[in-house]
Design a protein around this ligand. Structure first.
Ligand code: COA
Length: 326
C-alpha cells in the first residue's frame, strides 16, 4: 500500500539571538525564572525585512538541496503557520512564487502549534489516495510580530524559525505509519489572537485593547497539554502495538521543558532519546517539530527502521501525533 516517506528535511533559523539576559533589560523578569519555568535560554528573531515566506523559503531550499530535487518536481506545497505574511493569499502561494514551483498546488494549514503534524496527516492522506506523489510541507512562524512585548507571561516564550520536509510516495516498508489528530474547540479562549479577523476587525478600539497580540492562559494550557499528550501517546502506541522502549526518538513540540520531561518520564524514555532544543529557539509553534526533526536527521541520530514519534499541541486546542518508521 502507498504511504508517504520523508525523503529530506531542512530548517532555517534567523541569525539574531535574543537571550534571557536581553529580556532582563526590557521587562521585569530574570534568566533564572525563565530557565527554571520553561527551559528557554534564548530565541531567534527575524530581521525587520523578513517575512514568514522568506523563512519558509530558506528551509525549503535546504530540504530540496538535501533531496537533490528542483522546485518543479513538487506537486503540492503546504505551509503550516498562523503568522503568514498576510491574511491572504496563503503563505504557501507566496512560497510557491519564491521557489518558482510552477507545477504545484499550494495552501496553508492553521492548527497553531500542531500545524506541522496536522500537515503530515494531510500530506500522507493525499499520497495514500494517489492524488500527489511529492509534497513539500513547511512549518514557519514569526511570533515576534504577534507577541505583546509588554506581557512578561508570554513574550519570553516564543521565537521565529522554519522547518521543512519533502514527502514522497513509497510502497516500501518505511514511511508514515499512522497519524492521529485531535481538537477541543471548547477551549479556544485559552490561547488566541483575537484581533484582525471578522469577529474583531482592526479598529482603534482593537488596537487600544491590544487584541492584535497573542493572549494565553499559561496554567490552563500547561494542564491541558500534559493531559492531552498522555492520552495521545498511549493511544498511538497501542494502535501500533508498540512499547515505549521501541521508540528510537521522541520529538515533542518545544513549548516547555517541564512538559517534555514529564512526557519522557511517564514513558520511561531516557532523555537521550528525546529531542530538546527549546533552550536555543524557544517555542517556534508550527516550526518546532520540523526544526527538531531536521536537527536529529542532520546529526545522524536516526537510521533506517527506527521508530520516531512526533507530537504537538497548541491553540484550538489542537493536538496530534505522527508515528514514522524511518
Ligand atoms: N518573569 C518573572 N516572573 C514571571 C514571568 C516572567 N517572565 N511571567 C510570570 N511571572 C510571575 C507571575 O506573575 C506569577 O507571579 P505571582 O505569583 O506574584 O502572581 C509567578 O511568576 C508565577 O506565574 P505562573 O503563571 O504561575 O507560572 P507558571 O509556573 O505556570 O509558568 C508558564 C508560566 C507560561 C511558563 C507556564 O504556565 C507554561 O509554560 N505554560 C504552557 C505555555 C505553553 O506551552 N504555551 C504554548 C502552547 S503551544
Amino acid at each position: 500500500m502507498l504511504k508517504a516517506k520523508i525523503i529530506a528535511t531542512g530548517s532555517y533559523l534567523p541569525e539574531k539571538r535574543l537571550t534571557n539576559f536581553d529580556f532582563e533589560k526590557m521587562i521585569d523578569t530574570s534568566d533564572d525564572w525563565i530557565t527554571e519555568r520553561t527551559g528557554i535560554k534564548e530565541r531567534r528573531i527575524a530581521e525587520d525585512g523578513q517575512s514568514t515566506s522568506d523563512l519558509a523559503y530558506e528551509a525549503s531550499k535546504n530540504a530540496l538541496r538535501q533531496a537533490g530535487l528542483e522546485a518543479d518536481d513538487l506537486d503540492l506545497i503546504i505551509v503550516a503557520t498562523v503568522t503568514g505574511d498576510m491574511i491572504f493569499p496563503a503563505t504557501a502561494c507566496l512560497l510557491q512564487n519564491l521557489l518558482s514551483a510552477k507545477k504545484a498546488a499550494a495552501f496553508d494549514i492553521n492548527a497553531v502549534c500542531s500545524g506541522f503534524v496536522y500537515g503530515l496527516s494531510v500530506a500522507n492522506s493525499f499520497i495514500r489516495a494517489g492524488t500527489y506523489k511529492r509534497i513539500l510541507l513547511v512549518g514557519a512562524e514569526i511570533y515576534s510580530r504577534i507577541i505583546d512585548w509588554e506581557d512578561r507571561t508570554t513574550c519570553i516564550l516564543f521565537g521565529d524559525g522554519a522547518g521543512a520536509v519533502i514527502l514522497e510516495a513509497t510502497d516500501g516498508d518505511s514511511g508514515i505509519v499512522s497519524t492521529r489528530l485531535c481538537s477541543d474547540g471548547s477551549l479556544w479562549e485559552i490561547l488566541t489572537l483575537p484581533g484582525g479577523g471578522s469577529k474583531y476587525p482592526p479598529s482603534e478600539e482593537t488596537i487600544r485593547k491590544r487584541l492584535h497580540f497573542l493572549k494565553m492562559n499559561g496554567k490552563e494550557i500547561f494542564k491541558a497539554a500534559v493531559k492531552a499528550l498522555q492520552t495521545l501517546v498511549d493511544d498511538t502506541l497501542k494502535e501500533n502495538n508498540l512499547k515505549p522502549s521501541q521508540l528510537s526518538v521522541l520529538i515533542l513540540h518545544q513549548a516547555n521543558l517541564r512538559i517534555i520531561q514529564a512526557a519522557a518520564a511517564r514513558l520511561g524514555l531516557p532523555m537521550d532519546k528525546v529531542v530538546v532544543n527549546i533552550d536555543k529557539y524557544g517555542n517556534t509553534s508550527a516550526a518546532s517539530v520540523p526544526i527538531a526533526l531536521d536537527e536529529v536527521v542532520r546529526a545522524g541520530k536516526v537510521k533506517e527502521g527506527d521508530y520516531i514519534l512526533l507530537e504537538a499541541f497548541g491553540g484550538g486546542l489542537t493536538w496530534a501525533s505522527a508515528l514514522i518508521k524511518w
